[in-house]
Design a protein around this ligand. Structure first.
Ligand code: ZN
Length: 109
């Protein structure tokens, strides 16, 4: 898959954030930029894979096992150093039995 972080826009942003304060030129910062865009890409894959697994484990209503539900759409931050602490605490209402619970309370298939 293509690394969507490997482009001039992201590189310039990273240089402005981390390179300038070190007093190095954009050119001198190239090796570090290469590593940074690679790390961003690897983290985004870990992030996507974790979320995929997480939502498989939290898919069904804990009361009646229905999939269909409505939910609030807050975004919760995933810390890749501590993924086990991730909790999606959006409020869900089961379409079938009207049970109210959080996404984290939902159960695996
Ligand atoms: Zn239900």
């Amino acid at each position: 898959m293509e690394n969507k972080y490997d482009n001039e826009f992201v590189r310039k942003q990273l240089y402005d954030l981390y390179g300038k304060s070190k007093g190095v030129s954009y050119h001198e910062f190239t090796d570090e930029l290469n590593q940074m865009v690679k790390n961003l890409y690897q983290d985004s894959i870990k992030h996507d894979n974790f979320k995929k697994e997480y939502y498989k484990k939290h898919k069904l209503c804990p009361k009646c096992q229905a999939i269909e539900h409505s939910t609030t759409l807050m975004s919760y931050t995933l810390n890749l150093k501590n993924p086990q602490e991730y909790k999606d605490l959006n409020s869900c209402v089961c379409t079938k039995c009207k049970h109210i619970h959080t996404t984290h309370d939902r159960i695996s298939i």
